[in-house]
Write a protein that binds this ligand. Structure first.
Ligand SMILES: Nc1ncnc2c1ncn2[C@@H]1O[C@H](COP(=O)(O)OP(=O)(O)OP(=O)(O)O)[C@@H](O)[C@H]1O
Length: 825
């Protein structure tokens, strides 16, 4: 069951289980079931069992107007795109949130519409009491009060068994049924609250997702703007490059034209010059031919001289011509050089042109590349734009669906809140009604139980009185101290006798004796064993708890207004203090616990108790207050010899409001006693210590008038060691021993007189101890004497003396009011 509820918590869904509401709360439970059924429907829209596994965020988004198959396809496609984009930038948490959203959305999809949430009949009993809101703090105080009383009553021990227990049990069962139902309602309301918290969480996730998608849309917008800016930059660069190419082409063409023109001009000039030279040469040659012809015509000296002249001229002309030819060749060479230079320049220019062509081609290629890039970028931009618009479409769709989902979630939350509020107030009302009814019932039952309890208490009181009277007013029990060394100590043979009434208990011992055989003096033969029968004998295996269990009824009777004395009598070291005062364990500490828990228990039955206490010591027949300061020498006190109550002149009892006060009082007395013991050589063994508790109970009616009172007194007395005075131990100790013995022997006389029914005329005044105990030893008072004995053979005489003392004290008159006398042997 624990595991199941855990599972529900992790999936955010209640698991339907069946629970049958208890009949007396059928109307409220029916209401719970109605509400839980509707909640169950709401939750079933989110049921993971109806959601196929999905990977992307978008897959889960509802597409309202399309068929499921188409929707699923579109969603899965878009989920693919979106998840590719989103996985890089979105962390895993987005997917987690997306899944929650997806689940929610898918749940919507699988259920059709939100309006269908009230149509499911799925059982919802496991959460059928979600709306209960009353916590433990709102429980009616009387229930805890009652349970407190019950708890307290169970701690009591040894009370007589009655038929009341069975009927009380039935009533308790009813009360606990109501408690259980209220508890169930609490649990169920807690579950409704959990469910609401879960729905709010879902809606918060949806809102978060919406925010994220909006952010994503903003990012895509930014990306688009960046791409557009990049594209514009690239277009600018492209047009710059085109412009440069155009200018470069124009430059190249200009240069080409200029170069061609220059070459043409150079060649034409050169040709013109060559033609002019050739014409000059032809003209000179014509002159030579004419002169040759003239010479040949004239043929004389003159002709010869003329010829010589002409030869000379001809030489001159030749050398001129040669020179001219050289010049001309030089010019031609120069022209050639020039031509070469020009050719080189042209080549350079051609190279430049080629380079420019290459550059142009590279530029062209770059332009083409750029164009391609631009194209690509354009396409990318277009793609991005397209995607963006698609995304915008999707996002729009998503945002729309999310908004719708958010709206519907908000509406649902609102309606759930309203429903919850209504249910809560309804449940509050119902719980108030149930509480009021339960309270009334509890009150009635409490009153009835209380009345019955009071009657039972009175019956118990009477029966208890009868039992106590049957047991006798002076009761004696014996306790045998365990030996310190069981193996090696020489021990008294006690020969225990098992009680006829209870086989687990011992109520007598038989100590074997020896006597001298009168026929053969000096020879010891078995004598008549000394038999001692008491109400109970605690052997050396018994504990302080066993002791208190046996006597707790006497403490109880103090609460009933009885006067009770419990003595511990015995020789020094026999275990009186161990039995009476051992810390946390002895009769005194256990009595403290019991009294204050009884005060609480009886308060529930209308009793108000006050407890007063005093701790006194009788040393050398003088009374001292053990609570008085030990800074100065304590002054002896004197007991008021008359009156039914114990009054000590100049001494007042301390009001003990709680157990702690009694603890402190006992501690203080112990410490003072210890101080005195150290100062006065173990005085504690030679003084009687008495814890007096005065317990007053008052019962009032509804008008506040006192209708009953109880006045009980409990004396818990640790008597001084009872051994015979021993002169060998010194005068002081001998004197103390005599004094102790006298007072104890007088106590025995008093007890013996009381035991014989002599309630009148018993003189208590002779000793302080009996004076002190007088108010608690009269008619109707109860006295219990513990006789503590040593198990050691060496103490046998003291042990037998103590047992004989106790046997004498035990001779009681039954009933204490003049009834039949019973003497125990
Ligand atoms: N039932 C017991 N079980 C174990 N030890 C015990 C028991 N009774 C007494 N003792 C031990 O014996 C010793 C003496 O006991 P205790 O002081 O009670 O004797 P007493 O009778 O009070 O002596 P006194 O008269 O000197 O006060 C203590 O050490 C105590 O612890």
């Amino acid at each position: 069951m624990e595991g199941e509820s855990l599972h529900h918590r992790t999936t955010g869904l209640p698991k339907a289980t069946t629970r049958i509401p208890p009949p007396q709360f059928s109307s409220s439970v029916h209401h719970l079931q109605e509400m839980n059924s509707s909640q169950s429907n709401i939750r079933s829209q989110f049921a993971p069992s109806s959601i196929p596994a999905m990977n992307g965020v978008k897959r889960g988004l509802p597409v309202p107007a399309e068929k499921p198959e188409t929707k699923r396809k579109l969603l899965s496609e878009s989920a693919g795109e979106f998840s590719t984009k989103s996985t890089a930038s979105q962390p895993t948490s987005r997917n987690i949130r997306g899944t929650a959203l997806k689940d929610a959305a898918k749940s919507n999809y699988s259920n059709g519409a939100l309006s269908s949430r009230h149509t499911s009949n799925s059982s919802y009993s496991s959460t059928s009491s979600h709306a209960y809101s009353v916590g433990p703090g709102n429980r009616p105080p009387s229930r805890s009060h009652i349970s407190h009383n019950r708890a307290r009553s169970t701690t009591r021990t040894g009370r007589p068994a009655t038929s009341m227990g069975t009927r009380e049990e039935g009533q308790r069962n009813n009360v606990s049924d109501i408690d259980e139902k209220l508890g169930q309602m609490d649990t169920e309301f807690q579950k409704v609250k959990e469910f609401m918290a879960m729905t709010e969480k879902d809606s918060a996730i949806a809102r978060e997702e919406l925010e994220m998608l909006k952010k994503r849309a903003g990012n895509l917008d930014d990306q688009r703007t960046n791409l557009q800016a990049e594209r514009a930059q690239l277009m600018d660069r492209l047009s710059d490059a085109e412009r440069q190419v155009r200018n470069l082409n124009i430059d190249i063409q200009d240069q080409q034209r200029r170069h061609d023109k220059y070459c043409e001009e150079l060649i034409a000039d050169h040709a013109r010059k060559i033609r002019a030279k050739e014409e000059d040469y032809e003209r000179e040659m014509d002159k030579v031919v004419k002169l040759q012809q003239e010479f040949e015509g004239k043929c004389g000296v003159e002709a010869e001289s003329r010829l010589e002249n002409l030869s000379y001229e001809n030489k001159e002309l030749r050398s001129t011509l040669e020179r001219q030819k050289r010049d001309h060749e030089h010019d031609i060479r120069m022209l050639h050089d020039d031509l070469e230079r020009q050719s080189r320049r042209i080549r350079d220019m051609e190279e430049n042109l080629k380079k420019a062509d290459d550059d142009q081609r590279a530029l062209q290629a770059q332009i083409e590349e750029n164009l391609k890039t631009i194209d690509r970028l354009r396409r990318r931009a277009e793609d991005a734009e397209e995607r963006l618009s698609k995304d915008q479409g999707h996002l729009g769709g998503q945002i729309k669906s999310l908004s719708q989902l958010l709206d519907s979630s908000s509406t649902r939350i609102q309606s759930l809140e309203q429903e919850s509020k209504a249910a809560q107030s309804d449940f509050q009302r119902k719980i108030h009604e149930i509480e009021a009814a339960a309270q009334q019932k509890v009150d009635e039952e409490t009153k009835m139980l209380r009345d019955r309890l009071i009657k039972e208490e009175e019956r118990r009181h009477k029966l208890f009185e009868q039992v106590q009277e049957l047991k006798g007013n002076i009761r004696v029990m014996c306790r045998i101290k365990p030996p310190a060394d069981r193996e090696n100590d020489a021990l008294i043979k006690f020969n225990p006798r098992v009680s006829e009434l209870d086989e687990d208990k011992i109520d007598g011992v038989s100590i074997p004796t020896e006597r001298e055989d009168f026929r053969e003096p000096g020879k010891m033969i078995p004598g008549k064993p000394k038999d001692f029968n008491f109400e109970r004998v605690f052997d050396d295996h018994c504990t302080n708890k066993d002791v208190f269990d046996e006597i707790s009824q006497l403490v109880q009777s103090v609460m009933d207004g009885k006067k009770v004395c419990i003595f511990c009598y015995g020789q020094t070291g026999s275990g009186k203090t161990f039995t009476m005062s051992r810390k946390g364990d002895g009769i005194i500490p256990r009595t403290q616990d019991m009294i204050f828990s009884e005060v609480d228990r009886l308060q529930a039955l209308g009793w108000e108790y006050t407890v007063e206490g005093g701790y006194l010591e009788v040393y050398q027949d003088k009374l001292y207050d053990l609570l008085a300061s030990r800074n100065s020498k304590p002054e002896p006190l004197s007991v008021d010899p008359i009156g039914e109550e114990l009054n000590i002149k100049g001494h007042s009892f301390t009001l003990l409001q709680e157990k702690k006060d009694l603890d402190e009082m006992v501690q203080m007395a112990d410490s003072n006693r210890h101080t005195a013991a150290t100062a006065m050589n173990d005085r504690s063994s030679r003084s009687h210590s008495i814890l007096v508790l005065k317990i007053r109970g008052v019962k009032k009616n509804e008008e506040g008038e006192v209708i009953k009172t109880r006045k009980g007194t409990l004396n818990l007395i640790d008597l001084a060691g009872s051994e015979s005075p021993d002169k060998a131990r010194g005068d002081q100790i001998y004197k103390e021993g005599v004094e102790i013995n006298s007072s104890l022997s007088y106590l025995r006389t008093v007890l013996s007189n009381l035991g014989q029914g002599k309630t009148e005329g018993v003189d208590f005044r002779s000793y302080t101890l009996t004076q002190l105990l007088r108010p608690s030893l009269g008619k109707g008072c109860r006295t219990l004497m513990f006789v503590m004995v040593s198990p050691l053979k060496e103490n046998e005489n003291e042990t037998i003396r103590s047992l004989e003392f106790a046997r004498d004290a035990q001779k009681v008159k039954m009933g204490g009011n003049g009834g039949a006398t019973r003497t125990r042997k």
